[in-house]
Design a protein around this ligand. Structure first.
Ligand SMILES: C[S@@+](CC[C@H](N)C(=O)[O-])C[C@H]1O[C@@H](n2cnc3c(N)ncnc32)[C@H](O)[C@@H]1O
Length: 235
C-alpha cells in the first residue's frame, strides 16, 4: 500500500476545518489510511498569559501581524527533513492543476501555514517557507479556506482516493491543458433536450474524436489563454 500523505494545517482556527475534513472524500481518504490530517494551533505555543499571536506592524499602518515566535514554535514542532512547508498568501504563485499534481506526487508531508489579520511576520516567510501559494486574485480573511482548496485538489490525486481509479482524474479539465467536454447521463431526453446521438453509437473512436473537438471548442470559447499556454509548452 502507498504511504499515507501527512497533512498538517497550522491555523488559529482549527475548527474551520472540521466540516471539510469530516465529510465526503477527505473523510473517506483519512479512514482508508491514505492521508493523515492534523491541525496545529500557534496559540498553543504562546508563552504569555494572554496567549498573544499578533501585534501591531512596525512602521505603523492598519491591522495586526502574526508574531514570529508562536509560528516558529508551532511549525518547528512538526517539521522534519521530509516536510514541504507552504504559506497561503495572496502574494504567492497562483495555484494550478499542475501544482496539485506535483504536490500529490512528490511529497509525503505537507505543512500548510494559514495567515490571519494582515498576514505573517516576514521572517517566518523568509526562514521556514518552501513555497507560497495564492488561490486567486482576491483577499480572504484567513488562510484556512485557501488551504482547504489546495488540500482538496491534492488529496483527490493521491492513488486510491477516487473510487473510479486513476482514470477519473486523467480525463478532467486542466489535466490535458483543456476544459472537459460536455457530460450527459440518463435520461436520453429531458424537457425536449436530447443527448447527442454520437454518444449512443458505441463507436469509441468517434466518441473520443467528438469529445476532443468539444473540449477544444469549449476551451477556445471560455479560456483561450489555456490554448496559448499549451502551444507555448509544445514549442
Ligand atoms: C487578510 S489576508 C492578508 C492579506 C495581506 N495583507 C495582503 O494584502 O496580501 C489574511 C490571510 O488570508 C490568507 N489569504 C487571503 N487571501 C488569500 C488568497 N487569495 N490565497 C491564499 N491565501 C489567502 C493568507 O493566509 C493571509 O495571510
Amino acid at each position: 500500500m502507498n504511504e499515507a500523505l501527512k497533512i498538517d494545517v497550522v491555523t488559529l482556527f482549527p475548527q474551520m476545518l472540521d466540516g471539510f475534513l469530516g465529510e465526503s472524500m477527505m473523510k473517506r481518504a483519512a479512514e482508508a489510511g491514505l492521508v493523515q490530517f492534523r491541525t496545529v494551533n500557534p496559540r498553543d505555543f504562546t508563552t504569555d498569559k494572554h496567549n498573544t499571536t499578533d501585534d501591531r506592524p512596525f512602521g505603523g499602518g492598519p491591522g495586526m501581524v502574526m508574531k514570529p515566535e508562536p509560528l516558529f514554535a508551532a511549525i518547528e514542532s512538526i517539521q522534519t527533513p521530509e516536510s514541504h512547508v507552504i504559506l497561503l498568501t495572496p502574494g504567492g504563485k497562483t495555484f494550478q492543476q499542475a501544482d496539485a499534481r506535483r504536490l500529490a506526487d512528490q511529497h509525503s508531508h505537507l505543512i500548510f501555514v494559514c495567515g490571519h489579520y494582515e498576514g505573517v511576520d516576514e521572517r517566518v516567510r523568509e526562514t521556514l517557507i518552501d513555497e507560497e501559494i495564492s488561490i486567486g486574485d482576491y483577499v480572504l480573511t484567513n488562510g484556512v479556506l485557501a488551504a482547504s482548496v489546495v488540500i482538496d485538489a491534492v488529496v483527490r490525486l493521491r492513488p486510491g482516493v477516487l473510487g473510479g481509479g486513476e482514470m477519473a482524474t486523467e480525463d478532467e479539465s486542466f489535466s490535458s491543458g483543456l476544459l472537459e467536454y460536455p457530460q450527459y447521463t440518463r435520461p436520453p431526453e429531458f424537457r425536449g433536450m436530447k443527448v447527442p446521438e454520437i454518444l449512443f453509437s458505441g463507436n469509441h473512436a468517434k466518441i473520443e474524436e467528438w469529445r476532443r473537438r468539444k473540449s477544444l471548442e469549449r476551451t477556445a470559447e471560455r479560456r483561450p489563454d489555456l490554448l496559448g499556454r499549451r502551444s507555448e509548452e509544445e514549442e
